[in-house]
Structure formats: structure tokens, C-alpha cells
Design a protein around this ligand. Structure first.
Ligand SMILES: [Cu+2]
Length: 166
């Protein structure tokens, strides 16, 4: 299980540092505030994406394929984006025969749905073609934690990814 594990592990040292500094930092109200923030961050980590059964975990070369066979592979930097990361996605796009898709207009859009029918997108993503079926999309900015539906439009086709951001 890649999902969830890596961000948690990477944050443990930070959490420990915050708690240590809270304890040893002179004992004023500031320390208590830092400790409370650290606990909040930890609680969010445990709940948001672990309960999201429909999201595809981030992984190297994660991909989806449209009904007509257009395949989009994503290499994300950072590999597991979190809220407000301005990630760079390298998209490798091929057609049903496996040939690289060149010269297409590629658009990346994302949407989050909330209870009550409200939905919203993320900031605009610019996409440039670098050749050989490779396109670079940036910045990919998920500005809320939770479930995102990401459409990669390739010419007239749409390849959709269901993702969860913490
Ligand atoms: Cu939202």
C-alpha cells in the first residue's frame, strides 16, 4: 500500500520536532499552539484518503485509458502531491496501437464535488508538448484536501483519473 503510508512516514520527524520544541521551548503559550497544530495535522492524515475507496493511489507511471484506447500515463513531481503543492506532471500519451500521440491539444482540468451539488475546479493548468507523445502540465494545484476527478482531454477524447489529496 503506497497510499497514505509515505506521507505519514515523512511527517513523523516533523511532528516529533514540533513536539520536542513545544516541550523544551520555554513553556509559553506558543508551545501549546504548535502542539495543537501538530495534532490537527495528524488527525487529518488519518481520515481523508484512507476512507476514499474510489481514488487511484498515486504511483510511478500511473495510467488510465479511454474507451477508444487513448492511454495517459502520469509521472508526478512530487510523486505524491499534497494540498497546495504546485506539481509538475509529465504526461505520456499513446493511442490504441501504442503509438505516441503527437500534435494534439491537451487540456488538464480538475473538479471536486461537495454535498449539496456544489462543485469547483482547481487553478488553470498549462500544458505544453515536448514531443514523442510527452506533454508537461503545470502547475497542478489541488487547493483542497479530498477527492478530485481529473480530466485529461486529448483532442476529442477524455481520460479521467480519480485521485485523493491530503
Ligand atoms: Cu472542495
Amino acid at each position: 500500500m503506497v497510499r497514505g503510508g509515505r506521507p505519514w512516514i515523512s511527517r513523523v520527524p516533523l511532528l516529533c520536532c514540533l513536539l520536542l520544541s513545544a516541550c523544551g521551548g520555554g513553556g509559553s503559550g506558543g508551545g501549546e499552539k504548535i502542539r495543537a497544530n501538530a495534532q490537527e495535522a495528524g488527525a487529518g492524515e488519518q481520515s481523508v484518503c484512507k476512507t476514499d475507496q474510489t481514488a487511484q493511489p498515486f504511483s510511478f507511471d500511473m495510467s488510465q485509458t479511454s474507451a477508444k484506447g487513448t492511454k495517459v500515463m502520469i509521472e508526478s513531481d512530487p510523486p505524491v502531491p499534497t494540498k497546495d503543492d504546485l506539481s509538475t506532471w509529465t504526461l505520456k500519451i499513446s493511442d490504441a496501437s501504442g503509438a505516441p500521440v503527437v500534435g494534439k491539444t491537451v487540456l488538464v482540468t480538475c473538479a471536486m464535488s461537495h454535498a449539496g451539488g456544489f462543485s469547483h475546479g482547481c487553478p488553470p493548468v498549462s500544458v505544453r508538448e515536448v514531443g514523442g507523445g510527452t506533454y508537461v502540465a503545470e502547475p497542478v494545484d489541488f487547493n483542497m484536501i479530498g477527492h478530485w476527478s481529473v480530466d485529461v482531454q486529448v483532442g476529442g477524447e477524455v481520460v479521467t483519473f480519480q485521485l485523493c489529496i491530503e
